[in-house]
Design a protein around this ligand. Structure first.
Ligand code: 5GP
Ligand code: ZN
Length: 115
């Protein structure tokens, strides 16, 4: 289920190009356009959900279950010292795209660009 005018639905459909990190039947992971640090990746469910409040357990389970796999792919490719994993919910929390997503932000030590 996709939603019209949702940029992340367009990304899962291949209508907007993206740099794929991982994909299966349920989720799609790709590099964030604005790389906070090298390898900054977003994981999204292929089923549209606006945010964590409006997500079914089924969609959330599939999404969160893939975090270890995507984190390991990032670890292997970028060899960061650590990774911050977070999800912004609501404008006040910094959400700017209203299709649920998890940020994986690789960390490389002080001064790597993420605060
Ligand atoms: P939020 O601010 O909602 O937590 O995160 C949305 C993220 O999506 C931002 O970090 C932004 O850079 C990224 N983003 C917005 N539009 C696009 C796009 O068209 N392609 C990609 N790869 N990332 C996008
Ligand atoms: Zn969507």
């Amino acid at each position: 289920m996709t939603e019209e005018n949702c940029i992340f639905c367009k990304i899962t459909q291949g209508e907007i190009p993206s740099a794929k990190v991982y994909e299966d039947d349920d989720v799609y992971a790709f590099l964030d356009l604005s790389q906070v640090t090298k390898g900054h990746t977003l994981i999204i469910p292929k089923t549209h959900a606006k945010d964590i409040y409006e997500t079914s357990e089924e969609t959330a389970s599939a999404l969160f279950a893939r975090v270890p796999k995507v984190a390991n792919a990032i670890k292997k490719t970028y060899e960061p010292l650590g990774i911050n994993i977070l999800s912004n919910t609501g404008e006040a929390a910094g959400q700017s795209v209203f299709h649920l997503h998890i940020h994986l932000i690789p960390r490389y030590g002080e001064g790597d660009g993420f605060k």
